[in-house]
Design a protein around this ligand. Structure first.
Ligand code: PLP
Length: 350
């Protein structure tokens, strides 16, 4: 792993590459009492045809981690320095865990940069000491079985994030409190929670992923195809890097009609469960999917909302056509099937 320490008087020390192992922090360390922690999640991909290692838009993760750190009173840092620490770790340890073998190609490692407040002081105050580290993990999060994700809509008594809160930041404090609802969803046979907000049941995120719907607007509004996802302005969702990439690609590639395909309008606005239910009732709901590093682009087949299962169409077997197309665009970039500036090649140590 790579570690770097910070103190309010000396600033950051040079990062060091050390063997993975336990951390030494005091029992009264800030992170253990006041949740002064933020993290990132990205993947290191082994190219399918060229066997090279790539990260997907790592600069965006570093920029987001700065924002998260600011929200939880952790120190600022040079995002380019973090990016280069991540690349160094991937260069050094990537080949060991993700060898360039026929089986290794098309696989990935998970990269987890983390920052914690380490001051040994129980006073409720901004940390004066912090530790930043980056670890790698093999394996991945299970993205549900075949047949699409089954989502359980959250109840009004369990809110993931709220205006003025910290849902837009990647803080550990967002995740611990979601585990009860997640556990309940699992025990009832669902894969993830669909997080709703407020009495009008605004749709925000699905598990630890952003959530997208493709629907047709009512005839009275033009009957146009739209790809819709929650907006960033209220700061109650995380600005996913997968989300941002999907929006960019969809705007670029779905705007004009394609071969046998209509144009699709890309919309970021608040939308509610009632709108989804109505679209389904009027046969205007085309598909829905979750998108994020962990689950990648995962089609949704069911949303359980207020005691009823809402079946979400999946035109192409297990997936909707749009989710399938978008997923392939991203696979091509992440695994180097196409050359793209978002796929950052990690040159390996020989
Ligand atoms: N929303 C939440 C709450 C998340 O934890 C994540 C995962 O990181 C995402 C969305 C998706 O973000 P990204 O596409 O950057 O992985």
């Amino acid at each position: 792993m790579i570690t770097a320490t910070w103190t309010s008087t000396r600033g950051w020390t040079n990062p060091s590459l050390i063997p993975y192992g336990p951390l030494q922090i005091m029992p009264n360390a800030s992170v253990l009492h006041y949740a002064t922690e933020c993290f990132e999640g990205m993947k290191l991909y082994r190219g399918i045809s060229d066997g090279r290692l790539r990260l997907f838009r790592p600069a965006r993760n570093c920029a987001r981690m700065r924002q998260s750190a600011a929200r939880i009173a952790l120190p600022d840092f040079d995002p380019e320095a973090l990016r280069s620490m991540i690349l160094d770790l991937c260069r050094t340890d990537g080949p060991k865990w993700l060898p360039d073998t026929p089986e290794g190609r098309g696989k990935f490692l998970y990269v987890r940069p983390t920052m914690i407040g380490t001051d040994a002081a129980l006073g409720v105050q901004r940390p004066k000491e912090a530790l930043l580290y980056v670890i790698l993990a093999t394996g991945g999060v299970k993205s549900g079985g075949g047949g699409g994700l089954r989502l359980l809509a959250s109840n009004e008594d369990t809110i993931r994030a709220w205006p003025g809160g910290f849902g837009y930041a990647k803080l550990g404090a967002n995740y611990g409190p979601s585990l009860v609802a997640q556990g309940e969803a699992r025990s009832r046979g669902f894969d993830q929670v669909l997080w709703l907000f407020g009495p009008s049941c605004v749709v925000t995120e699905a598990g630890a992923s952003n959530f997208f719907v493709v629907w047709r607007t009512p005839e009275s509004q033009g009957g146009r195809l739209q790809l819709i996802t929650a907006p960033l302005e209220e700061r109650i969702i995380l600005e996913g890097i997968t989300r941002a990439s999907i929006l960019d690609l969809a705007r670029e590639r779905f705007a004009a009609p394609g071969a046998g395909r209509e144009s699709v309008e890309v919309v970021e606005r608040s939308f509610t469960m009632d709108e989804i239910v109505q679209a389904r009732r009027e046969d205007r709901l085309v598909e829905a999917f979750a998108a994020g590093t962990a689950f990648f682009v995962a089609p949704v087949s069911v949303i359980h909302f207020r005691g009823q299962d809402l079946d979400v169409p999946t035109a192409a077997g297990d997936s909707g056509e749009y989710a399938k197309t978008i997923k392939q665009w991203l696979v091509d970039i992440m695994y180097g099937n196409v050359d793209h500036e978002w796929g950052v090649v990690v040159t390996e140590a020989k």
